[in-house]
Design a protein around this ligand. Sequence first.
Ligand SMILES: Cc1cc2nc3c(=O)[nH]c(=O)nc-3n(C[C@H](O)[C@H](O)[C@H](O)COP(=O)(O)O)c2cc1C
Length: 313
Amino acid sequence: MIIYLAPIQGTTDRIYRNLFPLYFKGVDVAITPFIPSSKKMKPENNLLREYYPNINTGIPSIPQIMSTQPHDFTLLANALYKIGYGTVNWNLGCPFPMVVKKGRGAGMLCHPDRVESFLEKAIPDLKPKLSIKLRIGFKYPDEVLQLMPIFNRFQLEELIIHPRTAVQMYEGKVDLDIFEQCVHLTKHRLVYNGDIDSAGKLKMLSQRFGTIDRWMIGRGLLENPFLAEEIKFNTEKPYAEKIKIIRAFHDHLFAEYLKILSGPSHIVNKMKELWTYMGGFFENRKKIQKKIWKTHHRDNYVDVVNKIFDELI
Ligand SMILES: Cc1cc2nc3c(=O)[nH]c(=O)nc-3n(C[C@H](O)[C@H](O)[C@H](O)COP(=O)(O)O)c2cc1C
């Protein structure tokens, strides 16, 4: 079984992906949060520097690109290939209104002709392998069924499917019946993504989808970073030990972000984003988050977080 860390813009950045495997086991690969393609992407570009392999030493990662322009896409993908990435991922799933309004991300799912034309133009010039992460539709859950024969025409590394529509955002039920239809219709390797938050949930899914052995987990792993090792090794550490490890991970992240974020409130805002998910690990989540949300300055944040961890252990 292969476990993927899902891209979560704002959280699963380079630093998070670098430090994660120092504290937690079981995650094999990550897709990075999306990079928007641009007409003037060169390997010496600042944005690309963030992807240099010598500073990406943690979970092996596949860069994700958001684009509707085949030429811009291949330019960026080939620049990533040049610095060492053998595979890139195309984002066809982002549901945010600002993105879909421009026909990007999940906004392209209801236009099979555009998807087909994009692949026809991008693939001949593309050096890295191509994987695609998609939702099942923009508005309707069966839109993906029209895309499957199109994807079958091209050589793809894999399809990562989150069986929700863009309109659903991150809520409501995942549509497992449509995912099952995709399993039957595709000739590509599939990765399942959506709402895996326990070993039991994954077991239920793997019983239903016997041919799937790749699972992508986002919020479930951010909330419980031990989830992948609990799934794979069927073991669970005592709560107190887990808290100690989470504290060490938190302190390490804080120290690393401090090196790149100037200004006493920038770092606090960054850490608050992390706590949105990580807070879910703790039994008294609401109380903890309330205390953290009230902090606005680095020093105050450190005091409050230290007190929270001291009381937990
Ligand atoms: C705040 C946030 C940011 C996200 N950013 C990205 C992104 O950059 N690229 C992407 O493909 N998916 C992104 N996603 C979607 C997740 O990768 C994943 O598909 C989704 O959360 C469902 O999986 P989960 O239930 O395991 O979290 C984001 C999700 C959230 C909540």
